[in-house]
Design a protein around this ligand. Structure first.
Ligand code: SF4
Length: 289
Protein backbone atom coordinates (compact mmCIF):
# COMPACT_ATOMS: atom_id res chain seq x y z
CA UNK A 1 0.00 0.00 0.00
CA UNK A 2 1.31 3.46 -0.90
CA UNK A 3 2.59 5.46 2.04
CA UNK A 4 0.43 8.50 2.83
CA UNK A 5 2.36 11.58 3.86
CA UNK A 6 0.44 14.09 5.92
CA UNK A 7 1.53 17.69 5.70
CA UNK A 8 0.22 20.97 7.04
CA UNK A 9 0.36 24.36 5.26
CA UNK A 10 2.43 25.76 8.14
CA UNK A 11 4.93 22.86 8.30
CA UNK A 12 7.66 24.97 6.67
CA UNK A 13 7.54 27.46 9.54
CA UNK A 14 8.43 24.89 12.21
CA UNK A 15 11.59 22.94 12.97
CA UNK A 16 9.78 19.66 13.23
CA UNK A 17 12.93 17.83 14.32
CA UNK A 18 12.85 19.51 17.74
CA UNK A 19 9.15 18.85 18.37
CA UNK A 20 7.18 17.90 20.45
CA UNK A 21 7.41 21.11 22.45
CA UNK A 22 8.06 21.22 26.20
CA UNK A 23 4.95 23.18 27.19
CA UNK A 24 2.31 21.79 29.56
CA UNK A 25 -1.12 20.79 28.28
CA UNK A 26 -3.34 23.89 28.38
CA UNK A 27 -0.44 26.37 28.31
CA UNK A 28 -1.12 29.34 26.04
CA UNK A 29 2.31 29.35 24.41
CA UNK A 30 1.28 27.00 21.62
CA UNK A 31 -1.42 29.51 20.66
CA UNK A 32 1.17 32.31 20.54
CA UNK A 33 3.47 30.19 18.35
CA UNK A 34 0.54 29.28 16.09
CA UNK A 35 -0.56 32.93 15.74
CA UNK A 36 2.99 34.07 15.01
CA UNK A 37 3.63 31.57 12.22
CA UNK A 38 0.17 32.26 10.79
CA UNK A 39 1.02 35.98 10.72
CA UNK A 40 4.25 35.14 8.88
CA UNK A 41 2.32 32.94 6.46
CA UNK A 42 -0.34 35.57 5.75
CA UNK A 43 2.40 38.15 5.14
CA UNK A 44 4.22 35.66 2.86
CA UNK A 45 7.24 36.44 4.96
CA UNK A 46 10.58 35.09 3.73
CA UNK A 47 11.98 33.17 6.71
CA UNK A 48 15.52 34.01 5.54
CA UNK A 49 14.76 37.64 6.44
CA UNK A 50 13.72 36.85 10.01
CA UNK A 51 15.61 36.42 13.29
CA UNK A 52 13.67 35.34 16.39
CA UNK A 53 15.25 36.13 19.75
CA UNK A 54 14.01 34.78 23.07
CA UNK A 55 15.14 34.93 26.68
CA UNK A 56 14.87 32.44 29.52
CA UNK A 57 11.60 30.90 30.64
CA UNK A 58 9.16 28.34 29.24
CA UNK A 59 8.44 30.60 26.22
CA UNK A 60 12.19 30.88 25.54
CA UNK A 61 12.07 27.64 23.57
CA UNK A 62 10.02 29.35 20.86
CA UNK A 63 13.10 30.63 18.99
CA UNK A 64 14.15 27.01 18.52
CA UNK A 65 10.76 25.88 17.24
CA UNK A 66 10.47 28.49 14.46
CA UNK A 67 12.28 27.58 11.26
CA UNK A 68 14.26 30.82 11.04
CA UNK A 69 17.56 32.01 12.45
CA UNK A 70 17.20 32.43 16.19
CA UNK A 71 18.91 33.15 19.48
CA UNK A 72 17.81 31.62 22.78
CA UNK A 73 19.70 34.10 24.90
CA UNK A 74 20.64 34.60 28.54
CA UNK A 75 18.10 35.75 31.13
CA UNK A 76 16.75 39.24 30.45
CA UNK A 77 19.11 39.95 27.57
CA UNK A 78 16.90 39.14 24.59
CA UNK A 79 16.54 42.82 23.66
CA UNK A 80 20.28 43.45 24.00
CA UNK A 81 20.99 40.60 21.55
CA UNK A 82 18.17 41.76 19.27
CA UNK A 83 19.58 45.30 19.19
CA UNK A 84 22.97 43.92 18.18
CA UNK A 85 21.45 41.80 15.40
CA UNK A 86 19.46 44.76 14.08
CA UNK A 87 22.48 47.07 14.02
CA UNK A 88 24.71 44.48 12.36
CA UNK A 89 22.10 43.32 9.82
CA UNK A 90 19.62 46.20 9.40
CA UNK A 91 17.81 44.49 6.50
CA UNK A 92 16.61 41.63 8.73
CA UNK A 93 13.35 41.67 10.68
CA UNK A 94 14.08 40.96 14.32
CA UNK A 95 11.34 39.65 16.60
CA UNK A 96 11.76 39.17 20.34
CA UNK A 97 9.33 36.69 21.90
CA UNK A 98 9.79 36.32 25.63
CA UNK A 99 8.07 36.28 28.99
CA UNK A 100 7.03 38.99 31.43
CA UNK A 101 9.75 38.12 33.95
CA UNK A 102 12.50 37.97 31.36
CA UNK A 103 11.49 41.18 29.55
CA UNK A 104 10.36 43.33 32.47
CA UNK A 105 12.25 42.20 35.58
CA UNK A 106 15.74 41.03 34.63
CA UNK A 107 15.48 42.72 31.22
CA UNK A 108 13.40 45.76 32.24
CA UNK A 109 16.14 48.27 31.59
CA UNK A 110 16.80 46.86 28.12
CA UNK A 111 13.12 47.21 27.26
CA UNK A 112 12.64 50.83 28.28
CA UNK A 113 15.81 51.96 26.53
CA UNK A 114 15.16 49.95 23.36
CA UNK A 115 11.71 51.59 23.21
CA UNK A 116 13.16 55.04 23.97
CA UNK A 117 15.72 54.65 21.17
CA UNK A 118 13.06 53.23 18.85
CA UNK A 119 15.12 50.17 17.94
CA UNK A 120 13.47 48.49 14.97
CA UNK A 121 12.28 45.25 16.62
CA UNK A 122 8.95 43.59 17.27
CA UNK A 123 8.55 42.57 20.92
CA UNK A 124 5.92 40.01 21.86
CA UNK A 125 5.57 39.51 25.60
CA UNK A 126 3.85 36.33 26.76
CA UNK A 127 2.45 37.49 30.10
CA UNK A 128 1.39 34.63 32.41
CA UNK A 129 1.83 36.76 35.56
CA UNK A 130 4.58 34.60 37.11
CA UNK A 131 7.94 32.90 36.57
CA UNK A 132 6.65 29.63 35.12
CA UNK A 133 9.82 27.71 34.45
CA UNK A 134 11.22 28.07 37.97
CA UNK A 135 8.07 27.16 39.89
CA UNK A 136 5.58 30.02 39.61
CA UNK A 137 7.18 32.71 41.75
CA UNK A 138 5.96 36.33 41.93
CA UNK A 139 7.05 38.39 38.92
CA UNK A 140 6.75 42.04 37.86
CA UNK A 141 3.25 41.55 36.43
CA UNK A 142 1.73 39.40 39.21
CA UNK A 143 -1.59 41.10 40.06
CA UNK A 144 -2.14 42.49 43.54
CA UNK A 145 -3.43 39.81 45.97
CA UNK A 146 -2.52 36.94 43.63
CA UNK A 147 -1.14 33.80 45.22
CA UNK A 148 2.19 32.35 44.16
CA UNK A 149 4.70 30.08 45.94
CA UNK A 150 6.49 33.24 47.13
CA UNK A 151 3.32 35.16 48.05
CA UNK A 152 1.35 32.62 50.09
CA UNK A 153 -0.74 35.45 51.65
CA UNK A 154 -1.26 37.23 48.32
CA UNK A 155 0.96 39.72 46.48
CA UNK A 156 1.41 43.13 48.09
CA UNK A 157 3.36 44.55 45.10
CA UNK A 158 1.78 46.76 42.46
CA UNK A 159 2.35 45.10 39.07
CA UNK A 160 3.65 46.77 35.93
CA UNK A 161 0.96 47.84 33.51
CA UNK A 162 2.93 46.73 30.44
CA UNK A 163 1.00 48.64 27.78
CA UNK A 164 1.37 51.86 29.80
CA UNK A 165 5.07 51.19 30.31
CA UNK A 166 5.60 50.49 26.59
CA UNK A 167 3.64 53.59 25.55
CA UNK A 168 5.47 55.78 28.07
CA UNK A 169 8.85 54.44 26.94
CA UNK A 170 8.17 55.40 23.33
CA UNK A 171 7.00 52.26 21.50
CA UNK A 172 5.39 53.14 18.15
CA UNK A 173 2.85 50.31 18.24
CA UNK A 174 1.34 48.95 21.45
CA UNK A 175 -1.37 46.32 21.70
CA UNK A 176 -2.68 43.80 24.20
CA UNK A 177 -4.63 40.63 23.49
CA UNK A 178 -5.18 37.32 25.22
CA UNK A 179 -4.70 33.87 23.70
CA UNK A 180 -8.48 33.77 23.34
CA UNK A 181 -8.28 36.59 20.74
CA UNK A 182 -6.49 34.62 18.03
CA UNK A 183 -7.75 36.55 14.97
CA UNK A 184 -7.03 39.93 16.55
CA UNK A 185 -3.63 38.70 17.72
CA UNK A 186 -2.65 37.54 14.22
CA UNK A 187 -3.74 40.91 12.78
CA UNK A 188 -1.71 42.75 15.45
CA UNK A 189 1.34 40.56 14.83
CA UNK A 190 1.13 41.31 11.10
CA UNK A 191 0.94 45.03 11.84
CA UNK A 192 3.81 44.86 14.33
CA UNK A 193 6.03 42.90 11.94
CA UNK A 194 5.51 45.52 9.24
CA UNK A 195 6.03 48.50 11.55
CA UNK A 196 9.31 50.42 11.57
CA UNK A 197 10.53 51.00 15.11
CA UNK A 198 9.76 49.22 18.34
CA UNK A 199 6.37 47.53 18.22
CA UNK A 200 5.03 45.82 21.32
CA UNK A 201 2.30 43.25 21.86
CA UNK A 202 1.39 41.92 25.29
CA UNK A 203 -0.35 38.55 25.14
CA UNK A 204 -2.11 37.42 28.30
CA UNK A 205 -1.63 33.68 28.42
CA UNK A 206 -2.71 30.99 30.87
CA UNK A 207 -0.33 28.99 33.02
CA UNK A 208 -2.81 26.42 34.36
CA UNK A 209 -0.01 24.43 35.97
CA UNK A 210 1.09 27.18 38.37
CA UNK A 211 -0.71 30.55 38.30
CA UNK A 212 -4.05 28.87 37.58
CA UNK A 213 -3.59 26.25 40.31
CA UNK A 214 -2.38 28.67 42.99
CA UNK A 215 -5.25 31.07 42.30
CA UNK A 216 -7.90 28.36 41.89
CA UNK A 217 -8.80 29.48 38.38
CA UNK A 218 -9.79 25.96 37.33
CA UNK A 219 -8.89 23.96 34.24
CA UNK A 220 -7.17 25.35 31.15
CA UNK A 221 -10.56 25.65 29.45
CA UNK A 222 -12.01 27.50 32.45
CA UNK A 223 -9.05 29.91 32.42
CA UNK A 224 -9.63 30.55 28.73
CA UNK A 225 -13.27 31.24 29.52
CA UNK A 226 -12.15 33.63 32.30
CA UNK A 227 -10.00 35.51 29.75
CA UNK A 228 -12.94 35.64 27.36
CA UNK A 229 -15.50 37.01 29.81
CA UNK A 230 -13.05 39.39 31.54
CA UNK A 231 -11.82 41.04 28.34
CA UNK A 232 -13.16 44.31 27.02
CA UNK A 233 -11.97 45.39 23.57
CA UNK A 234 -11.20 49.08 23.13
CA UNK A 235 -9.16 50.83 20.46
CA UNK A 236 -6.88 53.75 21.32
CA UNK A 237 -7.98 53.93 24.94
CA UNK A 238 -5.72 55.37 27.62
CA UNK A 239 -3.07 52.75 28.52
CA UNK A 240 -2.80 54.30 31.99
CA UNK A 241 -6.27 52.93 32.69
CA UNK A 242 -5.44 49.40 31.52
CA UNK A 243 -3.95 47.97 34.72
CA UNK A 244 -4.81 44.32 35.24
CA UNK A 245 -6.41 43.33 38.54
CA UNK A 246 -7.61 39.92 39.63
CA UNK A 247 -11.37 39.84 39.22
CA UNK A 248 -11.37 43.07 37.17
CA UNK A 249 -11.79 43.69 33.47
CA UNK A 250 -8.85 43.17 31.12
CA UNK A 251 -8.72 45.97 28.55
CA UNK A 252 -7.49 44.57 25.23
CA UNK A 253 -6.98 46.29 21.88
CA UNK A 254 -4.53 48.68 20.28
CA UNK A 255 -3.28 51.53 22.47
CA UNK A 256 -0.62 53.22 20.32
CA UNK A 257 -0.19 53.26 16.55
CA UNK A 258 2.19 55.94 15.36
CA UNK A 259 5.44 56.52 13.46
CA UNK A 260 8.75 58.07 14.34
CA UNK A 261 12.35 57.94 13.13
CA UNK A 262 14.11 54.74 14.18
CA UNK A 263 17.55 54.41 15.72
CA UNK A 264 18.80 52.64 12.55
CA UNK A 265 17.60 55.51 10.37
CA UNK A 266 19.37 58.10 12.55
CA UNK A 267 22.49 55.93 12.56
CA UNK A 268 22.50 55.49 8.77
CA UNK A 269 22.04 59.24 8.23
CA UNK A 270 24.82 60.09 10.69
CA UNK A 271 27.17 57.50 9.15
CA UNK A 272 26.58 58.94 5.66
CA UNK A 273 27.20 62.50 6.86
CA UNK A 274 30.39 61.53 8.68
CA UNK A 275 31.58 59.59 5.61
CA UNK A 276 30.93 62.60 3.37
CA UNK A 277 32.77 64.91 5.78
CA UNK A 278 35.77 62.57 5.94
CA UNK A 279 35.91 62.29 2.14
CA UNK A 280 35.75 66.08 1.86
CA UNK A 281 38.59 66.50 4.36
CA UNK A 282 40.65 63.87 2.54
CA UNK A 283 40.16 65.67 -0.80
CA UNK A 284 41.15 68.97 0.84
CA UNK A 285 44.30 67.39 2.32
CA UNK A 286 45.28 65.84 -1.02
CA UNK A 287 44.73 69.16 -2.83
CA UNK A 288 47.00 70.98 -0.40
CA UNK A 289 49.94 68.58 -0.93
FE1 SF4 B 1 3.17 27.00 30.35
FE2 SF4 B 1 3.09 27.30 33.02
FE3 SF4 B 1 3.67 24.92 31.97
FE4 SF4 B 1 5.42 26.93 31.78
S1 SF4 B 1 4.72 25.93 33.68
S2 SF4 B 1 4.83 25.51 30.12
S3 SF4 B 1 4.04 28.70 31.53
S4 SF4 B 1 1.71 26.02 31.77
Amino acid sequence: MAEVSISHPLDDYLRKGVLPHIWCAGCGYGVILNCFIRALHELEFNLNDLVVVSGIGCIGRISGYINADGFHTTHGRALAFATGVKLARPHLKVAVISGDGDLFAIGGNHFIHAARRNIDVTVICANNFIYGMTGGQLGPTTPLSAYTPTTPYGSIEHPFNLVYLAAGSGAVYVARWTVFHVRELITSMKKALQRKGLSFIEVITPCPTLFGRYNRLGSAVEILDWLKVSSVTRYHSNPAEAEITLGGKIIVGEFVDTEKVTYSEFLRKMTEEVQQRLEKEERRTLASL
